[in-house]
Design a binder for this molecule. Structure first.
Ligand code: CTP
Length: 420
């Protein structure tokens, strides 16, 4: 039986109209994965390639992937004023890859093809994912064009470093398609918010630590790293320099952020100590193991006598509490945030546990979520924000990108306060 419209699963971008502009670069083939990622999440995608990009990927590919007709010129569909309508109706325009030439034309306000015309018409967010050779990316002309576009509110995803088209490696590589799609989701979730974290360095820990038991075994937890990476993406979208300390997570790190990979609670603590002096805000979203075993040099063997194995675990350092205790008045990190994933028990409900934790840890902001229903790995979350006294100062529910922006609103507000 065919699925009725109401039983068709709804994606997080259901009905959102996204124009995907494609420029003439070898990375154009990666835009195919971006288009697929957007349509799979329910977006209504219109691909607008530049004429010369069709040398790399043709219209048949774009029409098949987007399920929509493809136009490049302002002289097609003239009767329906397509060169204006597309841009007016879009909820976002994403250009992937954005070449140096396209970036220059966008800065100039050219309107000599359907893509640049759409850029001039739209009032929706514009996202550029540049890809080019390092020399072109670093050229003062490109740097200046990017600065001007950013000052106009255009979102530019910093290219990644790595293998380029030829034998060379360097900055200029297109970030992974999944990271570009997720960046777009975060921009859409940010709504009308401005680049209010520009000039701030935000350090975020995410994922679950892994404590080594022996060369083949680890003790870890269910953290997917999705909430912490959504926060990192959100802070980058809002203009911050972001360092993500990622513990053992398999989640794709966001585009544009610096990533420090760690394994154990002790590694995470060292990374935090290294970074805390340069962080304006530090958010502890990682699920840090409270206990660690003594690591055996060799693989622990099965007991012949079936006596079982007793592990002796010692407590790890409370990194969040240490951060708060070390900070002298007026010092960095100016804003320290933590999380409290709680369940209720027969004596106390989850919120009461969180309030107590907020007071005990003394962080400027604590985000509480009730994990009685087990939210691990989910794409949605429900957070209640508590201050250092355990008082509720806000709440948010929605996608992990949406709740991240709500949390970052509090961070931005705290950063403007004087901690002296
Ligand atoms: N945290 C930390 N260092 C640890 C354990 C946790 O910095 N060794 C941080 C987490 O990153 C989170 C906050 O403290 O921001 C609360 O973590 P949680 O596991 O909920 O609390 P615990 O302090 O471990 O207390 P308990 O497990 O007893 O509830």
């Amino acid at each position: 039986m065919p699925a009725s419209p109401s039983s068709v699963p709804r994606g997080p971008l259901d009905g959102i109209r996204v124009i995907v502009g494609v420029c003439a670069g070898i990375a154009a083939y990666k835009a195919a994965h971006v288009v697929r990622g957007l349509t799979e999440r329910g977006a209504d995608v219109r691909v607008v390639p530049t004429q010369s990009s069709l040398e790399f990927v043709g219209t048949a590919t774009w029409e098949a992937l987007s399920h929509n007709p493809v136009r490049t010129s302002v002289f097609e569909d003239v009767d329906s004023v397509a060169h204006v309508r597309l841009g007016q109706e879009a909820d976002a325009i994403l250009v992937v890859p954005a070449t140096a030439d396209f970036i220059a034309r966008a800065r100039m306000g050219s309107a000599d093809d359907l893509l640049t015309a759409s850029l001039l018409v739209t009032r929706a967010p514009v996202i550029l994912a540049p890809a080019m050779h390092t020399e072109m990316w670093e050229h003062p002309a490109t740097r200046e064009n990017i600065d001007v576009l950013r000052s106009r509110g255009v979102h530019v995803i910093e290219p990644a470093s790595g293998r380029l088209t030829g034998r060379d490696t360097g900055v200029g590589r297109l970030p992974e398609p999944e990271a570009i799609v997720q960046f777009t989701q975060s921009v859409l979730a940010s709504g009308e918010r401005a680049r209010d974290l520009e000039g701030s360095h935000v350090v975020i820990t995410a994922g679950g630590t892994r404590e080594e038991l022996d060369p083949v075994r680890v003790l870890t937890n269910h953290s997917s790293g999705k909430q912490g990476t959504a926060l990192a993406r959100g802070a980058y979208v809002r203009g911050a320099r972001v360092t993500l300390v990622l513990a053992g997570a398999s989640v794709e790190p966001p585009a544009g952020v610096e990533v420090v990979r760690v394994e154990s609670a002790a590694d995470l603590s060292s990374a935090v100590r290294r970074l805390e002096g340069e962080a304006d805000a530090l958010i502890m979203a990682a699920a840090v193991s409270d206990f660690t075993p003594e690591t055996s040099e060799s693989k622990i063997k099965k007991r012949e006598d079936e006596s079982g194995l007793t592990l002796h675990l010692t407590e790890t350092e409370d990194i969040l509490r240490g951060l708060v205790e070390r900070r002298a008045p007026g010092q960095r990190p100016r804003v320290i945030c933590g999380f409290a994933a709680e369940t209720g028990d027969e004596h106390t409900n989850a919120l009461a546990h969180a309030k107590r934790k907020a007071q005990a840890k003394g962080a400027d902001l604590l985000a509480f979520n009730d994990v009685s229903e087990n939210a691990f790995g989910s794409d949605r979350n429900e957070l209640t924000f508590l201050d250092a006294h355990g008082e509720i100062i806000g709440a948010a529910s929605g996608s992990k990108d949406e709740v991240s922006h709500a949390m970052l609103d509090h961070v931005a507000e705290l950063l403007t306060r004087d901690h002296g």
